[in-house]
Design a protein around this ligand. Sequence first.
Ligand SMILES: Nc1nc2c(c(=O)[nH]1)N=C([C@H](O)[C@H](O)COP(=O)(O)OP(=O)(O)OP(=O)(O)O)CN2
Ligand code: ZN
Length: 136
Amino acid sequence: MPKVTVHRKAHFNAAHRLHRDDWDDAKNKEIFGKCNNPNFHGHNYKLIVSVTGEIDPETGYVIDLKILKDIIKSKVEDDFDHKNLNIEVEDFKNLNPTVENISVVIYNRIKAHLDPKLKLEITLYETPRNFVTYKA
Ligand SMILES: Nc1nc2c(c(=O)[nH]1)N=C([C@H](O)[C@H](O)COP(=O)(O)OP(=O)(O)OP(=O)(O)O)CN2
Ligand SMILES: [Zn+2]
């Protein structure tokens, strides 16, 4: 069967601060600049979840997009939307919430709920001009 990639868009608003506790204030400021603001700052994150696999000959689906939508909602949006990532999301207690690290966390959260034969790629926009892609 041909392999096809299906995509689902999502979004969440979240606050964060880029910071390392093991660096002093001067080094945090030097490396992370305004993103080190102790009062945090926010982004409107845009997420694209891409799933590649063979088309099921019976359904015509690679994955039911309703199922993918529900996974993204329960594993990403419900936990991240309108949250302070550093304070309220356990994954970032000891992990700097850069867009790179957020994309890996999202990948792992979604991958755990997909058929293992499906391939996953995450595209995450932190700003309209800053974005990353991740696939393991
Ligand atoms: N490699 C990374 N670099 C930076 C990250 C990151 O997660 N990974 N994050 C930040 C800031 O959190 C933020 O994304 C940058 O904001 P800003 O500089 O305002 O980005 P804009 O796209 O809005 O900037 P303009 O150039 O003014 O459009 C920094 N670096
Ligand atoms: Zn930021």
